[in-house]
Design a protein. Structure first.
Length: 129
């Protein structure tokens, strides 16, 4: 499920004081908040469960138990949404994406056309220059 592993990684890094400071204000907000609302789990409860340990899959199964059961089709729709957010979106959202790219020093990157690609580039997960 797109975004979920990244959200758990951020929780784990934050608990070890290794999360970049720019990420901290967004914990539980933005895509984290959307993901939790999609799963119908409270972010604070997810944080507690994550820090108890376990694999991403085990924690996702916990979300399905305490939140709501999610079908394969639900996950497909969620993944399509999160992967395409910003792509040919509303003018306001496109302006926000471009502004966030500028603030991240990525304004020159025309290949970054979604928020997920911007996050990947910020975190060095992409290979474009």
């Amino acid at each position: 499920m797109a975004w979920f592993p990244r959200m758990l990684d951020k929780l784990r890094l934050h608990a070890k004081d290794e999360l970049p400071p720019d990420y901290v204000p967004w914990l539980g907000k933005g895509f984290d908040g959307r993901c939790c609302r999609f799963l119908r789990v409270e972010y604070a409860a997810l944080e507690t469960r994550t820090l108890q340990g376990g694999t991403d899959e085990e924690i996702l199964d916990w979300c399905f138990q305490v939140g709501r059961p999610v079908s394969d089709e639900d996950i497909e729709v969620w993944t399509a949404f999160i992967c395409k957010r910003g792509l040919r979106d509303s003018p306001e959202l496109l302006a926000d994406l471009e502004d966030s790219k500028r603030k991240s020093g990525l304004a020159h990157r025309a290949d970054i056309d979604t928020y997920l690609r911007r996050h990947d580039a910020e975190e060095g997960r992409d290979h474009a220059v």
